[in-house]
Ligand binder design. Sequence first.
Ligand SMILES: [Mg+2]
Length: 233
Amino acid sequence: MSVTLRIGVDVDDVLTESLPGYLEAFRRYFSHEVKVEDAAWEIFRRYPEIPDAQMWAFFAELEATDFLGTRPVYPAAVDAVRALAMDGHRLVVVTGRLLIHRDHTRRLLDKAGIVDLFEDLVHRDGEAAAEFKPRVVRERRLDLLIEDELHVAAATAGVPAPVLLFDRPWNRGELPPGITRVQNWDDILRLVKAMAAVRSADQKTTDGADSCAREEDSLNRRDQGYGKDPAGA
Ligand SMILES: [Mg+2]
């Protein structure tokens, strides 16, 4: 069996369709049209003329309508997450959503029937997303991150950890090394399988080399009265 991977999975626009809905809400509230290819979550920087009070009122409306708890989950994402879990991969949500919205995410994924397939739902606590995600990937020793925001993907690829970037209108352009653009969840399942197979082959090679070295070592040390059980290594 191939090795299993530790995979970080973003929520918005990876498991759910979110940013287009956010832009639509923004357009309805402020009558500002933002093209989806120019989309970003930190949209208020572009409109310094919008007073803070209006911005907070907009956020309050999103909260009142449970925006983050009701994003449509992609059916293909549900199937793929189940398939990855079935294959034994360890899944962790790594989202730029704030810690105060953790319950929104939990409810969302619970409704989709996949919340229990994640070991943890890691949320951001004020840190910039491009610092937060690489840190989580590093600290939790994740093998892979599935993401849709280019600057976050680029920062994570610098960890270095490979990133699968969902092709979205807002992340087009040159990709730095370490990032692979994917079109859908089938691409992801295929690439994860390939990556696990490569790891498995690497491990066998390493194990083979280790076992030769161990054998030699054990022969050399036999008369010294100690050895190491390879199974316990
Ligand atoms: Mg996202």
